[in-house]
Design a protein around this ligand. Structure first.
Ligand SMILES: NC(=O)c1ccc[n+]([C@@H]2O[C@H](COP(=O)([O-])OP(=O)(O)OC[C@H]3O[C@@H](n4cnc5c(N)ncnc54)[C@H](OP(=O)(O)O)[C@@H]3O)[C@@H](O)[C@H]2O)c1
Length: 476
């Protein structure tokens, strides 16, 4: 595997919201995995910051619950975890208080073996904290200037607003302290191997580009399914719903990678420009173009499951959708007239994310007695079991000319048996190395909100009722 180098310079990671789920279950385990692979500088330090009061020891005990070593990793896992935790410290305080950050600064000065380390501020907090925290960090003098060394960078987690207006407000608030080059917005889908492979598939193979357009492609379908409900996140979910939680960010980013023109060169800026060109050519769908559903109680996989409205933190008359389906179009020469169908649903029959590109059928005249050959399909599965499958029509062995649908099937895990890095590992390392290729630019997010904001606003103003589907449905 081509592994990026460990950052050469010392890095201090300041993790705001360190007491939360995301921090403990995703970010810190990813940092531990990087540490285990020797991909963090020896002088690396993690400073947890949140309002909850903890000592360093209590904080380390919280983190320890979620540190695991990958099967087959050589060495003593417990010893490695202890050594990692020795690099972790904690400071409690209010997110909007410069004084609290001065206390943190003092701790950093006392603990840091490498004064003048680069600083990575990771905001694993609700978005309401982003602006006040950025301002207070700036006021306390913790943010080192722009792109020169030592650098300071900020990492933000979705949701990036609820609509175009609130996104602009968020972006403005953080931009007062961190410039766009210093701002990394995580869309963890872009860190997934199979999503990154879309670029390689399209632009590292001669085969696909000539047929990657409306002349040859009949339709594109981008589908996201989960077989779980909202898992106790009612307070968050009910404010956002599936369109904001999945479509406006993850699926639209996948669509942009599928539909964009070849970037004019390598690097983040060129890829971002190519994606932006596509996003700006997607007309906002009307409210009636969106089919919206919500899961209802049902027995699934041997258990009785709650309906969405019975979940903790969800009002009993909630109209927030947990399923959405719509067709987008792209008004450019390459894609005009090709439907891009997006489907996303929670509490469905299985977990799956895939892109299905269906090509136009060939003329049937040569094969008239055998019937029309079925159209080719290219299916890129993003999760689970990353794979690429190209269906092709072949002649059945034997007399006559009977046709059969067959497939070229590439399963990542068999071709590349080495561990596929977790998306957060890859993205954290990219932030430390200053590589923004897998992070959406503010302009992309603004364009993405422009697509969905008008329909969402109208649907919510009308309090449109979603249809109900049973937990575990295959096709709501
Ligand atoms: N969990 C995930 O897998 C996931 C995935 C993608 C995105 N996200 C997003 O990432 C952010 C963090 O996720 P999370 O699951 O860790 O959330 P969380 O547990 O609700 O929040 C993280 C921490 O932020 C502080 N906090 C919570 N509510 C606050 C409020 N209203 N004002 C100020 N501070 C508050 C709490 O720490 P203190 O009280 O100790 O300060 C909490 O431990 C959320 O915006 C979430 O939507 C989460």
């Amino acid at each position: 595997m081509n592994v990026p180098a460990a950052p050469a310079e010392p890095v201090a990671v300041v993790l705001l919201g360190a007491s939360g789920d995301l921090a403990r279950k995703k970010i810190v385990p990813a940092l531990f995995a990087l540490f285990s692979q020797g991909l963090l500088p020896a002088s690396f330090r993690l400073y947890g910051f949140a309002r909850s009061a903890h000592t360093d020891a209590a904080f380390r005990a919280l983190l320890a619950e979620h540190l695991t070593c990958r099967a087959g990793t050589p060495g003593d896992c417990a010893a490695r975890a202890r050594s990692f935790l020795d690099h972790c410290f904690y400071c409690s305080g209010a997110y909007d208080s410069p004084d609290a950050y001065l206390d943190l600064f003092q701790i950093m000065n006392d603990r840091d073996p490498a004064p003048g380390a680069n600083r990575l501020f990771y905001l694993a907090t609700p978005p309401s904290v982003f602006g006040p925290a950025a301002r207070a960090l700036g006021d306390a003098g913790l943010v080192q200037c722009g792109t020169s060394r030592p650098w300071s960078r900020i990492v933000l987690e979705k949701p990036f607003g609820r609509d175009r207006e609130s996104f602009d407000r968020l972006a403005r608030d953080t931009a007062r302290v961190f410039r766009e080059e210093q701002t990394y917005r995580i869309d963890h889908y872009l860190g997934k191997e199979a999503v990154q492979n879309l670029m390689a598939l399209r632009f590292a193979n001669r085969l696909f580009e000539p047929v990657w357009n409306r002349t040859a492609v009949e339709s594109v379908r981008i589908e996201w399914r989960e077989d779980i409900g909202i898992e106790g996140r009612g307070g968050y979910y009910d404010r956002y719903g599936i369109v904001r939680d999945v479509m406006q960010n993850h699926l639209l980013q996948v669509l942009a990678l599928i539909a964009m023109d070849r970037p004019v060169g390598p690097g983040a800026a060129a890829v971002s420009r190519a994606k932006l060109d596509v996003l700006r050519r997607i007309p906002p769908p009307g409210p009636d173009a969106l089919r919206l559903g919500q899961y209802a109680a049902a027995d699934f996989q041997g258990r009785t499951r709650l309906g969405y409205r019975e979940e903790t933190g969800v009002p009993p008359d909630s109209r927030t959708p947990t399923y959405a389906e719509l067709v987008l179009t792209i008004e450019n020469e390459r894609w005009r007239g090709v439907p891009f169908r997006m489907i996303a649903g929670k509490a469905l029959d299985r977990k799956l994310t895939e892109v299905r590109i269906r090509f136009k059928p060939v003329s049937a005249d040569l094969f008239a007695p055998a019937g029309s050959p079925p159209p080719n399909e290219l299916v890129a599965r993003i999760q689970p079991d990353e794979s690429l499958r190209l269906s092709i029509v072949s002649k059945k062995p034997g007399f006559g000319l009977d046709l059969a649908e067959t497939a070229l099937d590439l399963r990542y895990r068999s071709v590349f048996p080495a561990d596929v890095p977790d998306a957060y590992e890859r993205l954290l390392l990219d932030v430390m190395n200053g590589d923004k290729s897998l992070f959406p630019h503010a302009d992309e997010l603004a364009a993405a909100w422009d697509i969905f904001t008008p329909a969402l606003r109208e649907i919510e103003d009308r309090r449109r009722e979603p249809f109900l589907y049973p937990f575990g449905a295959d096709a709501p």
